[in-house]
Write a protein that binds this ligand. Sequence first.
Ligand code: ZN
Length: 412
Amino acid sequence: MLVILNIGELVVIPKGPVCGREMRNVRRIQNAAIVVDGGQISWFGRATDVLIPPGSDVLDAGGGCVLPGLIDCHTHGVFAGTRENEFVQRIEGKSYADIAREGGGIRVTVDAVRAATLEQLIALALPRLSRMLHNGVTSLEIKSGYGLSVDDEFKMLESVRRLREFQPIELVGTYLSAHAVPREFDGHTDEYLGRMLDDPVLSRIRDGRLAEFCDVFCETTAFNIEQSRRVLLKAKQFGLLPKIHADQITQMGASRLAAEGGAISADHLEKIDDGGIAALKAVGTIAVLLPACSFFLGVEQAPARKIIEADVPVAIATDYNPGSSMVESLPLTMTIACTQMRMTPIEVVVAATANAAAAIGRQDRIGAIDIGMQADLIVLDVPSVERWMYEPGRNCLRTVLKRGKVVVDSSG
Ligand SMILES: [Zn+2]
């Protein structure tokens, strides 16, 4: 057993999904303690009330703030190559869509991923995952979508599966073959989808447990509503839960499709309208907002306040990818949500824990402080989440625990 003592403030995040005002009404316990047994939280409360079982290990939180490990529920964290030239082109005035039309964008990364071996993709991802862990991320969703051929998409999903062997972050795979249409299928989008959604392909993903979710980029430059619906419905037949890149650049009704198709999350939402918000609310779809992406592209943010006030559960993720969000730090992303979306620090912490857990279907096990929840915990070197969000760019992590085991210790 492990007892964590000298917790300045324990942030008692409730199980997700958490909506509306409840995102702010989070209980905090000053001078707290936690008991961990078998990798789960078995007791928490005021330090004056803790009974330390004989023979327990003790971890000193140094008076810091303790909360659940962060969950990055939307990333493209397996990739090869970089695209800093596009970063400069955008600064000089080109839009993301212009660059894509001129042959840049996703296709550049597709070429690099196709040229990489499985081992190379793993070797490129490992240091990124290590840095994410040091930033407090204990669970991470990673999408395919840079292979865009059956073999290369499998290579990406296989790399996610194999990465579990080498590091402690819990990884969740998402099949995103409908990210872009590859060159060899130019003008033949439906044929491309037919190939990637072929029964043997989806059976192999299901039977090999290579992905739990299926995602589609619903956008004028990618897949229209009808094609997106086809992707989601077909994948669902094979047990892959739908997610959608929705309403990012163009308002096409993608959030309404997310609701209609029973998507677990609708992600991006920079251009969501009132009808889309109402549709998400009606079925309880999680709104996954990606403030680092808008920050990186220099474009408008999703209307987070409006979505929260409509009682739609909001999660925050990095969207980490080499084109539109080369931002691997979830804490920095959370501060961007504070300053650019006017979410409060406690709201963004709920968004990156309880609600992010709900966006990957794990809210009953991770993302909250409660008896029986998995002891994925982070200890900050600051006394509150407000102080943490107020200091972007400095790593405030002191200790990271995964299933009750210390996996990062910077306290020395
Ligand atoms: Zn994305």
